[in-house]
Design a protein around this ligand. Structure first.
Ligand SMILES: NC(=O)c1ccc[n+]([C@@H]2O[C@H](COP(=O)([O-])OP(=O)(O)OC[C@H]3O[C@@H](n4cnc5c(N)ncnc54)[C@H](OP(=O)(O)O)[C@@H]3O)[C@@H](O)[C@H]2O)c1
Length: 290
């Protein structure tokens, strides 16, 4: 059976991973649509070659696919939707998706008004340039029109992902959660490198040395749950050790703030001895400026 024809608008990190994965699963990629800059055009052409498609600018695009998938930055979704809506009168029979985790399908309302079935379809995964990320096992969250949700379910099934409904009022909190799972996790690792520098260990060496403990922690979290994966001075209630940490971090005020915030979060949600005394210490002199 012929698979759905899909056009990708925005040949960036997500757009590229999607185009490759969909092509591999037998979808026809009708167009890779770029914005009118030389760099964007180059990226779109290279991607189009990989997925046996054509690259075209927004103004030259035909947009005659069954699904048009907007993979542009969140801030550009509404403007691109308005541009697309001006290109043809009726969008009946076309599904238009965007992949913002924070914004609702209403960003596509100019297209909805012209007959398109619209939805937001967000994969909870990280996509970076040059990595052909697979979608197998990736959880998607969907919200929007019934027909678009039906179409999204089929596409996600073909990509071997999973899908759940997400009310639009919950999207900002859902996406804040998503921020903790990858970008802020990475920020924590980079903050750790900064702290290693205070101990005279350069970032590259720190990265190498901390990898075993970072990976073991994730493995313990996965296999035994958060409480049993938790170790260290907060669990033991070693207040003098915490004091020494905070003092060592005075030369890195942002890292010290991160430390205080995460330690407070640990006291709220994880097992710890001497909770009250630790709380008191963490709140003492905590007015450092970022
Ligand atoms: N990356 C992730 O991990 C991830 C995960 C889940 C969801 N998402 C969502 O996916 C969407 C895209 O994110 P991304 O990380 O893939 O961004 P990205 O790598 O910056 O790619 C965005 C692409 O859109 C193009 N673009 C920008 N403005 C445009 C316009 N007005 N018209 C046409 N194309 C335009 C950019 O062109 P240039 O090539 O000229 O820059 C670029 O190719 C966002 O809604 C984001 O929330 C991303």
């Amino acid at each position: 059976m012929a698979k759905t024809k899909i056009s990708i608008v925005g040949p960036g990190s997500l757009g590229s991973a999607l185009a490759v994965a969909l092509h591999t699963r037998g979808y026809r990629i009708a167009e890779i649509v770029y914005r009118e800059t030389a760099a964007s055009k180059r990226k779109a052409k290279a991607l189009a070659r990989r997925v046996h498609s054509v690259a075209c600018s927004l103004s030259n695009s035909k947009l005659n696919a069954d699904v048009v998938w907007l993979c542009v930055p969140d801030r550009s979704i509404a403007a691109v939707a308005r541009q697309l809506a001006r290109k043809k009168k009726s969008w009946k029979g076309t599904t238009v998706l965007h992949s913002s985790g924070a914004l609702p399908s209403d960003e596509l309302s100019p297209l909805r008004k012209q007959g398109a079935d619209v939805a937001s379809l967000h994969p909870l995964m990280t996509f970076v340039p040059g990595v052909d990320q697979s979608f197998a096992g990736v959880p998607f969250a969907v919200e929007g029109d019934a027909a678009a949700i039906r179409r999204a379910r089929q596409v996600v099934r073909d990509l071997e992902g999973t899908i759940s409904l997400l009310p639009k009022s919950k999207k900002p909190a859902y996406h804040a959660w998503g921020a903790f799972t990858s970008p802020l996790l990475l920020a924590l690792l980079v903050t750790s490198e900064q702290v290693a520098k205070l101990a005279g260990i350069p970032p590259k060496e720190a990265r190498k040395r901390m990898l075993p403990i970072v990976l073991q922690t994730i493995e313990n979290y996965v296999n035994h749950g958060p409480a049993r994966a938790f170790s260290g001075p907060i669990l033991r209630g070693d207040i003098r050790t915490l004091e020494r940490h905070l003092k060592a971090l005075t030369r890195r005020p942002v890292a010290q703030k991160v430390y205080r915030a995460l330690a407070q979060s640990a006291l709220q949600s994880l097992p710890a001895a001497q909770k009250k005394a630790q709380q008191h210490l963490l709140l003492k002199n905590s007015g450092n400026k970022m």
